[in-house]
Design a protein around this ligand. Structure first.
Ligand code: C5P
Length: 238
């Protein structure tokens, strides 16, 4: 019998017959403000699964090691089991969201060098900002772990900035999570979808990501569908 090993805000993870493989279920749930705003949105799980599959397959093709194995249904995928490093690694190319509110900077300022921030994954503590020495003190990650995660984040930023540009979207910022395999290798985990990145339409600067939900700007599923369709046109498949 499969067992539930993790139940998050938008995904569940279940065991499979293989100890090294987990099944992810994408749920029709949207949350913001660390779960304080929450809604059921029909079709969202399927869209996130489709978009994340395309992105992870693309990154794999480009040599990035990830936990993704394959999509097995509209809302499910198989992934390698890893020990998640409890850090959210955020990369920003353009000022938006909390960077803008925290530092009083207008949204839209392009950074010469991408801004890199880390947050400690903890719902109870509201994902506090964390720096390298704090991460080391808490035994969350070593210097080498962090170097590896930032090196992969920079590569992902390069690859996806290019990819999204080809479909008329600007990759404003994004959050990655990583996990350690049983051999101790750090690989990309979690998902990549408009839930965990900001995408602005290159022509009209329209928000094409979860800010549509966070800021009540319109219908989330039609925006995610548009992102999916543009990627499908460019990449084919799924
Ligand atoms: O809210 P903030 O501006 O810090 O978000 C930066 C980026 O990280 C955004 O793309 C957002 O979607 C993502 N993020 C996330 N999960 C969080 C916090 C931020 O995916 N818990």
């Amino acid at each position: 019998m499969d067992k539930l090993v993790y139940s998050g805000k938008a995904k569940q993870m279940w065991t499979t017959d293989d100890d090294d493989i987990l099944r992810v279920i994408y749920m029709d749930q949207a949350t913001a403000l660390n779960g304080k705003k929450k809604d059921q949105i029909a079709g969202k799980g399927k869209l996130n699964n489709q978009i994340s599959t395309l992105i992870f397959e693309y990154l794999t093709k480009k040599g990035i090691k990830t936990h993704f194995i394959r999509k097995i249904s509209d809302t499910e995928e198989l992934v390698r089991k890893v020990n998640i490093v409890p850090l959210e690694m955020v990369t920003r190319n353009i000022a938006a969201g909390h960077f803008s509110t925290r530092f009083g900077i207008k949204e839209g300022l392009a950074f010469e060098t991408s801004v890199e921030e880390m947050y400690f994954k903890s719902d109870e503590l509201d994902d506090p900002f964390i720096n390298e020495s704090q991460a080391k003190a808490l035994n969350v990650a070593t210097h080498n772990d962090l170097s590896t995660m930032w090196a992969i984040s920079r590569e992902v930023n390069k690859l996806l900035t290019e990819l999204f540009k080809t479909v008329g979207l600007q990759l404003v910022d994004f959050k990655l999570e990583f996990g350690k395999t049983k051999d101790g290798e750090i690989i990309l985990a979690d998902e990549f979808s408009p839930d965990n990145c900001r995408l602005w339409d290159l022509k009209n600067k329209q928000h094409m990501d979860k800010d549509v939900y966070r800021r009540n700007l319109g219908d989330l599923t039609s925006v995610y569908k548009e992102v999916l369709e543009r990627l499908q046109k460019q990449l084919g498949g799924s």
